[in-house]
Design a protein around this ligand. Structure first.
Ligand code: SDX
Length: 390
């Protein structure tokens, strides 16, 4: 009925919740986790400390941090049945499909996770999910490569352990260089949360039914899988390879203007300025390329950005590089295949999804998600039996 609800495609102007986790000012290109500017966290913190901050709302003391890291380090293993579950996928299954299913499967290994009113239980499940996401992500990668799974090594840091489970016994030995683990840690920090984006909205919506957190996060992974959201980093690399050389950029830009192409990695629902994460990732490229050599696609990306930022089509639509424009260049330099890029995004986003889920569960005002609709179909028709219709 008119007046009951206004149509707001993609909920662009509808507040779905109150939250104190992440602040974004899209016009000024500001991003803060629990009030701390992303630039300071990327430079001075670690991914696990940022995960603690997002979930607990403040930076940890030394004891709190050491206990947090210890708990996560000792929960990186998954049940052997989960390993068999991952091995059951087709040889060429997309790692995001495997990750989404494996995380959902974890809800059956921890049936107590549904006791979401118990804060200690919520804490235990959040620790488990942050700890196991890299293991499941690495095993999805190894399965897709047809290689044996590598078990977690609890003597390593979180990011070094992830690189070890991915690349140990592989050449070149990128997992061993500390500069790469640091660069990957920064990338995970930059992806850790982003207020009410599509996948976080999915986690909150599914979580509002009071299901266990594994099922809610599996829904978020499904949303992130989409090419307009997390899948954009994979789409950027395929786009740069398709462009192939700087000489082909003008023709590509024309394709964008006439609607045949989309400049992946550009534009954002909230940022109408440069995504602050893209600025930091662009700098991280230099650190990584020192070790791996410059990704030849970098110069196409830089020329594409230069041309787009000066072109009226993009300027008037306020289209700037977003978090996905440069991240794929680093992931490819680290020898990740494009289908793994969104898995890396999911591992980074896990603490944010959990912080938002935890905030939802502990918000006494929160109700089950039930958006309104504006009905546009037929009404009160009389049914005509089949024999009279055929
Ligand atoms: C992420 O929400 C989050 O916070 C997400 C995220 C996170 O951390 O969780 O930041 C991560 O998802 C980043 C975005 C990754 N996606 C891409 O890079 C895909 C390419 N970008 C677009 O598809 C688009 O910009 C969106 C989906 C990101 C945002 O779309 P909006 O806000 O709905 O913008 P729109 O579709 O209304 O576009 C407005 C205009 C349109 O032109 P007109 O119809 O007015 O002529 O801008 C055009 C669009 O066609 N446009 C683009 C474009 N993005 C928008 N044209 C060419 N290339 C693009 N990338």
């Amino acid at each position: 009925e008119p007046g009951l609800a206004t149509y707001d495609p993609g909920f662009v102007n509808t507040a779905s919740c109150r939250s104190a986790v992440t602040f974004i000012d899209g016009d000024k290109g500001i991003l803060e986790y629990r009030g701390y500017p992303i630039e300071q966290l990327a430079e001075k913190s670690t991914f696990l400390e940022v995960a603690y901050l997002l979930i607990h709302g403040e930076l940890p003391t030394k004891e709190q941090y050491e206990s947090w890291v210890h708990e996560i380090t000792y929960h990186t293993f998954v049940h052997e049945n989960v390993k068999e579950f991952v091995q059951g996928f087709r040889y060429d299954a997309h790692p995001m499909g495997m990750l989404m299913a494996s995380v959902g499967a974890l809800s059956t290994f921890y049936p107590e996770a549904v006791n979401i009113s118990d804060p200690d239980n919520r804490h235990m499940q959040m620790v488990r999910m942050i700890a196991k996401m890299p293991t499941l992500g690495a095993w999805s990668f190894r399965h897709a490569q047809g290689k044996p799974f590598i078990y977690p090594d609890n003597a390593l840091s979180y990011t070094e352990n992830f690189l070890s489970m991915l690349f140990k016994m592989s050449e070149p030995k990128y997992g061993a260089d500390p500069r790469l683990a640091k660069a990957l840690d920064v990338l995970l920090i930059l992806h850790a949360d982003h207020e009410q984006n599509c996948s976080t909205n999915a986690v909150r919506s599914v979580g509002s039914s009071q299901v266990d957190p594994y099922s809610a996060v599996a829904a978020g992974i499904g949303a992130l899988y989409g090419p307009l959201h997390g899948g954009a980093n994979e789409a950027v690399l395929r786009m740069l390879k398709r462009i192939g050389s700087k000489e082909n950029i003008p023709a590509f830009i024309e394709g964008v203007k006439n609607g045949d192409e989309r400049l992946m990695g550009f534009g954002h629902r909230v940022y109408k300025n440069y995504d602050p994460r893209a600025t930091i990732i662009k700098k991280a490229c230099d650190d990584v390329f020192e070790v791996t050599g410059v990704n030849p696609l970098l110069e196409i990306a830089q020329e594409l950005e230069k041309i787009a930022l000066e072109d009226e089509y993009f300027v008037q639509r306020k289209l700037y590089p977003n978090v996905d424009f440069y991240s794929g260049l680093i992931y490819e330099a680290l020898q990740f295949p494009p289908e793994m890029f969104t898995v890396l995004f999911a591992i980074g986003r896990t603490p944010g999804w959990l912080a938002q889920w935890n905030e939802l569960i502990t918000d006494s005002d929160q109700k089950i998600a039930r958006p309104k609709q504006i009905y546009t179909g037929a009404r009160t028709l009389d049914f005509v039996p089949a024999e009279e219709r055929w």
